[in-house]
Design a protein around this ligand. Structure first.
Ligand code: C5P
Length: 303
């Protein structure tokens, strides 16, 4: 069973108050982009769950049974009432700890692959429930496309989006921990009262019109000041991309990847070359969105 799963960018990430459960209330607009990991499950009767990771950044992915993809497989196995005797093979394309939800994507793919492997037929609602238990972004990676996320990001409403948008991703060196970035935001906000976040009408209008220039101007990520505080070079990287002609620039999730919206593939190539030459990033990738969420690409021996 092989499931391919995209990464995501937050076109809007507005952060509300810290809740009692330790999460922040969010208003976010996700878009899935065509940088994809593959997650393969192979039944290994009598042999306990194992996990191997190949591809970009493979050495940075934990292969213990705490890995989110392993937890996803165990959650489906527990529901079905079988032992999780499978080998999980992950081929990484998504950068690790970079704000593009690579770990959450692999968990979404693992949920879908396990559902098919054990013929569980859990359906979208049940899979989304399991996904939300694994992480705030995991339901969106099952869903894909473009969607508004509320609650802690797990409550999804599909959003209208016309056409395709071209992105350049500059992956800064080293990862950033998501809890650390949220914690820094709380520290920066101090005792200020924080309003409940609202979904951006400007982003939704630009998406529905397929207007890349308007979308570029409307991008918003309220985690940026916290990411800049922890990684000052990010501000430099964003400024560079904007001055080099991007329609808009933002930090992906909690960072440190920076995303630049460009008018077409040619502009993307030019910007990618310029960003590479800065020496400020460990890798530069181009991608388009929106694309579908987790999808089965190979199934051998399925009933
Ligand atoms: O849900 P996920 O496991 O991706 O969240 C990782 C961490 O990010 C949480 O433990 C929390 O510190 C922070 N977070 C948050 N509010 C959210 C989502 C994540 O504070 N809505």
């Amino acid at each position: 069973m092989t499931v391919r799963v995209p990464g995501k960018i937050n076109l809007q990430l507005s952060v509300g108050p810290l809740r009692k459960d330790g999460f922040h209330e969010l208003a976010t607009i996700y878009q899935a982009v065509d940088l994809c990991d593959d997650v393969r499950l192979t039944a290994t009767p009598g042999v306990p769950l194992s996990i191997t990771v190949t591809g970009a950044d493979a050495d940075q992915v934990p292969t213990s049974t705490d890995n989110l993809a392993a937890r996803a497989v165990r959650s489906v196995a527990a529901l079905v009432g079988v032992e999780p005797e499978v080998a999980i093979g992950i081929t990484k394309v998504l950068p690790v700890a970079a704000g593009m939800a690579g770990g959450s994507a692999d968990a979404a793919a693992a949920l879908m692959a396990a559902d098919v492997l054990w013929d569980a037929r859990l359906g979208r609602v049940e899979l989304s429930r399991l996904a939300a238990e694994l992480g705030s972004d995991v339901p969106f990676l099952l869903h894909g496309g473009t969607a508004v996320g509320t609650g802690r990001g797990e409550v999804l409403t599909p959003a209208l989006s016309r056409g395709s948008f071209n992105w350049v991703f500059a992956v800064a060196a080293g990862g950033l921990s998501t809890p650390a970035v949220y914690g820094e935001l709380d520290r920066l906000r101090g005792s200020d009262s924080v309003a409940n976040p609202e979904v951006s009408v400007a982003v939704l209008t630009a998406l529905a019109a397929g207007d890349a220039a308007a979308l570029g101007a409307a991008l918003v990520n309220e985690l940026m000041p916290a990411a800049f505080a922890l990684r000052p070079q990010l501000r430099q990287l964003l400024d560079f991309g904007t001055e080099a002609g991007a329609l808009g620039a933002t930090v992906c999730g909690s960072g440190p990847t920076c995303a630049f919206l460009v008018s077409d593939e040619g502009a993307g190539l030019d910007l990618a070359v310029a960003l590479t030459a800065t020496g400020l990033c460990r890798t530069v990738r181009r991608a388009a969105g929106p694309v579908v969420g987790a999808a089965l690409v190979e199934a051998v021996g399925v009933r």
